[in-house]
Design a protein around this ligand. Sequence first.
Ligand SMILES: Cc1cc2nc3c(=O)[nH]c(=O)nc-3n(C[C@H](O)[C@H](O)[C@H](O)COP(=O)(O)OP(=O)(O)OC[C@H]3O[C@@H](n4cnc5c(N)ncnc54)[C@H](O)[C@@H]3O)c2cc1C
Length: 368
Amino acid sequence: MLVHRIALVIAFFSHSVLAQSQNMSCQWAVIGAGPAGIAMVGALLDHGVKEKEIVWIDPTFQVGDLGALYQNVPSNTMVRSFRKFFLACRAFDIKARAHQFELFKRDDGRRCPLKEVVDPLLHATQKIKRRVNVVQGTVNNVARECDVFVLTAGDCVIRAKKVVLAIGAHPKQLQHRGLCQISMNDALDKQKLRELVCPDDIVAVFGVSHSGMLVLKNLSELGVKKIVSFAKKPLCYAVVQGAFYINAYTGLKGVAAQWARDFFEKNLPNNLVKFFNASGQEIEQELAGCTKVIYAIGFERNAIGGLPDELLQNYDTKTGVIAPNLFGVGIAFPRVVRDFSGEQVQAIGIWEFLRQARQIARFGGQTS
Ligand SMILES: Cc1cc2nc3c(=O)[nH]c(=O)nc-3n(C[C@H](O)[C@H](O)[C@H](O)COP(=O)(O)OP(=O)(O)OC[C@H]3O[C@@H](n4cnc5c(N)ncnc54)[C@H](O)[C@@H]3O)c2cc1C
């Protein structure tokens, strides 16, 4: 009873517990608490922004899509890169507790199930959530009034000098009429997919990148009647070259690469047929015999009220600046970099998000 009372008192005085109906003002508002939002709030705190000058908004604070959808998906990143992310940010306060997490018990040069990354990300969320102002809700509108942004989240109105959007993305879709669609997010999780297919299904899969290959692997292991794979580009692998990776961001890695090499290229399962650069007519013909379809063809940014997509899509791909004092970070606003071969690619991954976030914390601090 006493412990419960003390907890209530602490909660009352903490920045982090807010009534859902109130007005507040701050320097920085960060929208989204996926890996990118976590990195952003961590970077602001490390940069010395005052705790009470940060408002962090998310409906669940459960590590975004990584926490909700991808825990059973194998990582494409090496354990060492994840560790670098966690240890680089002081605000995550993870060093002393690292031994508690599976991720820190693993071999540096291995990959891991994403669940092992979600656990320390949840820890980091709790650590920084205690320090800043938190609004549990969804921002449904962002408006500009003179030199401040006005954010509406339910009954809560937040006025912020600077806003960072870490709002995530969802799988892109095509429209093929008459076919039952399985969402790519469900198909990536073998346990979920098992409940959505039956042995008589003929399933079309569009895309052969990391996600597409994992979906094909899951379907093949679950044993549906036939899988029809459509690809537009040839397979691309990430290859270690001395200290560098060729195709580091776009190439297949880990479990997906292994399955592609062993099965998709060499020992194609009997029930899998593949089409490369099929014509519209060929696709229609094949789809006529399919019962279900899965689109694994990339991601598009989530929308947010008050900010038209034409504005968001013109963000600066080096700095994350969308407009004065408005920034984007994470999978919705990836940095564009040149890879080893000189090609321009999107740099997606949690270590990249932290680099992006630090740049925004530094750059945004100068523009106040
Ligand atoms: C299959 C797969 C495997 C991946 N594997 C790796 C990997 O191995 N290594 C790696 O580094 N990366 C990996 N990634 C990439 C990346 O880390 C994840 O996609 C990650 O979830 C992106 O983080 P995010 O914070 O940008 O977006 P999200 O995780 O989508 O988080 C966005 C958050 O913003 C919230 N939000 C959205 N709109 C609003 C609003 N209006 N108001 C309030 N909150 C809002 C959402 O509720 C959510 O919590 C993988 C991605 C996929 C799809």
